[in-house]
Design a protein around this ligand. Sequence first.
Ligand SMILES: CCCCCCCCCCC/C=C/C(=O)SCCNC(=O)CCNC(=O)[C@H](O)C(C)(C)COP(=O)(O)OP(=O)(O)OC[C@H]1O[C@@H](n2cnc3c(N)ncnc32)[C@H](O)[C@@H]1OP(=O)(O)O
Length: 391
Amino acid sequence: MGWEQIEISLPNCSSLQVISFPVVQLHLNRTAMRASQKDFENAMNQVKLLKKDPGNEAKLKLYALYKQATEGPCNMPKPGVFDLINKAKWDAWNALGSLPKETARQNYVDLVSSLSSSLESSSQVEPGTDRKSTGYETLMVTSEDGITKIMLNRPTKKNALNVEMYHEIMHALKAASKDDSAITVLTGNGDYYSSGNDLTNFTDIPPGGVEEKAKNGAILLREFVGCFIDFPKPLIAMVNGPAVGISVTLLGLFDAVYASDRATFHTPFSHLGQSPEGCSSYTFPKIMSPAKAIEMLVFGKKLTAGEACAQGLVTEVFPDSTFQKEVWTRLKAFAKLPPNAMRISKEIIRNREKEKLHAVNAEECSVLQGRWLSDECMNAVVNFLSRKSKL
Ligand SMILES: CCCCCCCCCCC/C=C/C(=O)SCCNC(=O)CCNC(=O)[C@H](O)C(C)(C)COP(=O)(O)OP(=O)(O)OC[C@H]1O[C@@H](n2cnc3c(N)ncnc32)[C@H](O)[C@@H]1OP(=O)(O)O
């Protein structure tokens, strides 16, 4: 398990730390009123031995306490708004005000101690068997009865798509296109289908800065959407709950979309200072009329499952209580149909649009690359992450 890639320097603040180490119980002299320099050094070493990621909030606290303990109050100039990670670090350190060095040292030792015990006990109750059984970190992929099921599996994050998940979905789709299943199904684990792009994707800035980040993001997105355009077998979405952003726009590239009546469809691109992707700037106006597409993609109107069905984005809506049973019964029947006939029929229906879809995809990615560098987008992302205490 890797640390989230938020840059905090431990212990000397110079470079990105992505650490994975075995958990070892920390034995500190808890009777001392004040941590000695030795306790502090032990705690610094202990941080490097944490097996599990303590989370961005804890890492920022550790960073701030380390700096306060070794250098005193923050007197560095405040980083710019686009420098998300250094700004988060600066904010955390600056928030300690004039806390004395000795107290910061003690607090650092205490925090490491509590992290060590809590992460050790949580590692005993989270064996991560699902991940190992599928070989994926962010997905559960199974194949039976002629159906390959790709299940988004970050339920605690509402199945937000982090960079790893984009790569794993591409991998799973490529594998499914070659396996012996007749149809492929995408669905979500937990109460959400997906909350769209993981907004913390914006925080991991490479040495080339935000421009390089945006360029790499556009390359990744183009390849990702390309996999859906080119997918050769019937591709079915089982929308088990709310869907946001890219998880909605991609639906225009699926061959059938079955939704629970709990599902909603929301594309708040303007609110995020962003623009449509997933070929939706082309597919949505065709599916639902330009005016209805603009309501969703420009004004961010959230549709219920019934409304999305009336607009043609969803094939059929099922009561949530019978959703799984009814849809799987239907899918199992589909999977018994001759697979070659299904492939060839899909090909003849979809092929004449493929070139156009790839061109639309390229254009959308290029426009988004520019949007990601805009103040409108940066501010929206910073707002979300600050509300969620991710900065
Ligand atoms: C330059 C960068 C390039 C990067 C790579 C690019 C790849 C291609 C990008 C393609 C473009 C795609 C665009 C989109 O998809 S736009 C849509 C983005 N999504 C959102 O705006 C939704 C944000 N989330 C929310 O509004 C709410 O979380 C939500 C309504 C979905 C649920 O609210 P609720 O109150 O019920 O639950 P929580 O908010 O408490 O959520 C639980 C935890 O899950 C975390 N979460 C949820 N969604 C996201 C998300 N999209 N990104 C990051 N994290 C998310 C949330 O923070 C909670 O976490 P904690 O428990 O740790 O607090």
